[in-house]
Design a protein around this ligand. Structure first.
Ligand code: SF4
Length: 231
């Protein structure tokens, strides 16, 4: 069934925030910036094609497991043409350690076919065209477009969702709702990198079960710290 048309990146009218709240949010992201000024995805890639494949493979899998698989895969197939030649059966052994690899293999090959047949082997860096590719949803397209600095986007994964709530940046109940709030609240010049900062913070400091509040660089700005400190 054809995918419905993709929605464009959403930067809605910023909610009315008090000056103190605006300053708090800006300070959170300036502190992240002072720790890591140019954060990038931890997925390894060489170009737009290998990035979109790596991101599509990373759904419900760790970046480490994807990097391990793609290190060998991209040696033999790092273009849509080579991926198509490898075929679904040839691809599966490279990605069999990654969750949902059967479906992902089918999608990666179907994607390669479309890229070869419709785009001359290039990845269209346009949200609607990207989201129409097999295995590429809104989150994958956001990661790709943001990483390649095509358009600022915040892909809300489990880390971004959790950290946004703990830091009082969002009360959204769904990833889409959180994304909307973040896009409206985070100062525009910091938006492209905010996605990475939130992921890194969630992965290494504000971890799910035992957040490391004692060493958190934004603890004094976090309304949730009292829930965890001294627990
Ligand atoms: S203070 Fe604790 S809960 Fe708040 S952002 Fe830092 S690590 Fe997370």
């Amino acid at each position: 069934m054809p995918k419905p048309p993709a929605k464009t990146a959403r930067r809605k009218k910023p909610p009315r925030l008090s000056p103190a709240e605006q300053a708090r949010i800006a300070e959170i992201f300036h502190r992240f910036e002072s720790l890591e000024s140019d954060p990038r995805t931890e997925l390894e890639y060489k170009d737009a094609y290998t990035l979109v494949v790596a991101v599509a493979l990373s759904a419900q899998a760790t970046d480490v497991s994807v990097n391990k698989a793609t290190a060998k895969l991209f040696e033999v197939a790092d273009t849509p043409e080579a991926m198509l030649a490898l075929g679904e059966h040839g691809l599966k052994p490279f990605i069999s350690s990654i969750g949902l690899f059967n479906t992902k293999a089918k999608n990666v090959i179907a994607m390669a076919r479309i890229l070869v047949e419709q785009y001359g082997g290039r990845v269209p860096l346009d949200r609607a065209a990207l989201q129409a590719l097999p295995g590429v949803g809104r989150k994958t397209a956001s990661v790709v477009l943001n990483e390649l600095r095509v358009e600022p986007a915040i892909a809300v994964d489990t880390h971004v969702f959790r950290v946004s709530h703990r830091l009082g940046l969002s009360t959204g109940k769904t990833p889409d709702a959180v994304e909307l709030e973040l896009m409206g609240k985070i100062p525009e010049p910091l938006l492209t990198r905010a996605h990475h900062w939130l992921i890194l913070h969630g992965r290494y400091t504000c971890i799910a079960r035992r957040p490391k509040c004692e060493e958190c660089p934004v603890a004094d700005l976090c309304p949730s710290r009292h829930l965890f400190i001294g627990r």
